[in-house]
Design a protein around this ligand. Structure first.
Ligand code: LLP
Length: 424
């Protein structure tokens, strides 16, 4: 991807909005997303998939802000959900139930019932127990649920262990052997139309090989099933396409090569192909805008203390993830200085970067932490009783606050002193 797909016009503006001005209007830290960049990703993916009967279901977990989901809905993109909360958000934002698929190893009876009643498109079923539960609950509602088996293809995605999902040691999906038994026993599940396959091997995958391998295994199995008299109407290839977090180092596979792998593996497949991209659609469209609170020279290193912290962006502390960090000044001219870039939270893990070279900074300087549009605000918490940051959508020179910074009252809503003691 070239710089234009990176949404940042020049580190001083994003989607035509001057970030310095934005930070004057809205207190930092704040998450900003470029609507144009997201739309561009959607278009690019669609173009790459041309010729296939393919539907895109955005993995809501990557960025569940209602404005983002609304943008997806308006662009005709569906939703891949993993909870009742994500279902409600998707419906609220106008995603039609017929474009919603439901993944996850721990769907509860209540969640399945809720999804059945609104008539979602498909359940990606991950265990025999879940299949039995789906049968019971669909029967109770006198409906037939469309379902796909999530296959665990036992493929190494060569990504961070915490976000790898397609090895047999991972909790996700079932083996092809087990799936074969489910199809053979299909008649035991009259309220489940088991006619789909699903695979998702992990996230932030930078090379095509793991995708190819997983898709090949799924394709061999689909052909076997068809021959055995089990027609397959849908193959869901999951998400996982990686993005560039480290300019000049990360080399994500091109979306066209990713699409080519799908074309190749599933050529001859007559049904519908579903995709569940999360990160690729939104990560590089977002930045975390933050101010330097102070520069703190230490004995061994010099610390840049920001007003953003691990509660606003967990990826560095959780996965040792790299995010490029740059000053919001087209003409940053200070002499190159090496910093550990940290937040105010009271633990050492609250570190965004170690030994990073930046033009010399002073208190009040604005910085951008880049590529935070996926799994940024989405994974935020109020740790250290820090309010959830504002989220702002930018679109060709204009901005809209799509989540205001949390008020203290909202943070403590639901909490109360222990006054009314009861026994269970
Ligand atoms: N489909 C399923 C079933 C998934 O579990 C996921 C992500 C996706 C699709 C979307 O994957 P993507 O296209 O975004 O790679 N918090 C981690 C990422 C966790 C991904 C979990 N599942 C991070 O910040 O790197």
């Amino acid at each position: 991807p070239d710089a234009s797909t990176h949404a940042l016009d020049d580190d001083a503006t994003l989607d035509g909005v001057d970030l310095e001005q934005l930070a004057h209007r809205i207190a930092t830290p704040l998450h900003a997303y470029s609507a144009s960049a997201i739309r561009q990703r959607i278009d690019t993916l669609r173009q790459a998939l041309a010729g296939l009967d393919a539907g895109i279901c955005f993995a809501v977990k990557a960025n569940p802000n209602l404005a983002i989901l609304q943008l997806m809905a308006e662009a005709g993109v569906g939703a891949d959900i993993v909870s009742a909360g994500e279902l409600q958000r998707s419906l609220h934002a106008g995603v039609p139930p017929g474009r919603i698929v439901f993944s996850g190893v721990g769907k509860s009876a209540d969640e399945i019932t809720g999804a059945l009643s609104v008539g979602i498109a498909r359940f990606n079923v991950e265990s025999l127990d879940e299949l039995h539960l789906l049968q019971r609950l669909a029967q109770a509602q006198q409906v037939v649920a469309a379902a796909a088996v999530r296959i665990n293809p036992d493929v190494d995605a060569h990504t961070h262990a915490k976000i790898s999902t397609g090895k047999s040691e991972n909790k996700f999906g079932v083996s092809i052997d087990e799936a074969r038994c489910w199809f053979a026993a299909r008649s035991m599940f009259p309220n489940v139309r088991l006619d789909g396959l699903h695979v998702h091997i992990g996230s932030q995958i930078l090379d095509a090989e793991p995708f190819r391998l997983a898709l090949q295994r799924v394709a061999v199995f689909w052909r076997e099933l068809e021959q055995a008299g089990h027609p397959i109407a849908s193959i869901d290839v999951g998400g996982g396409l990686g993005v560039c977090y480290r300019a000049g180092v990360d080399q994500p596979l091109a979306v066209t090569d990713y699409a080519a792998a799908i074309h190749e593996a599933l050529s001859g497949f007559k049904g519908r192909i579903l995709l569940e991209p999360g990160r690729w659609l939104v990560a590089e469209a977002g930045v975390l805008l933050t101010r330097v609170i102070r520069v703190k020279p230490g004995v061994e290193r010099c610390f840049l203390v920001l007003d953003a912290a691990m509660n606003d962006l967990q990826r560095p502390s959780l996965y040792d993830a790299w995010h490029d960090i740059v000053p919001v000044r087209a003409d940053a001219s200070g002499s190159p200085t090496t910093y550990d870039i940290v937040g105010p939270v009271c633990e050492t893990g609250d570190t965004f970067a170690r030994g990073r070279v930046l033009p010399e900074c002073v208190a009040g300087d604005l910085l951008l932490i880049k590529a935070t549009g996926a799994y940024g605000a989405s994974m935020a918490s109020t740790y250290n009783s820090r309010p959830l940051a504002a989220e702002v959508l930018l679109d060709r020179g204009r901005y809209a606050v799509v989540r205001r910074r949390q008020h203290f009252d909202e943070m403590i809503a639901g909490e109360q002193p222990a006054r009314h003691w009861q026994t269970p």
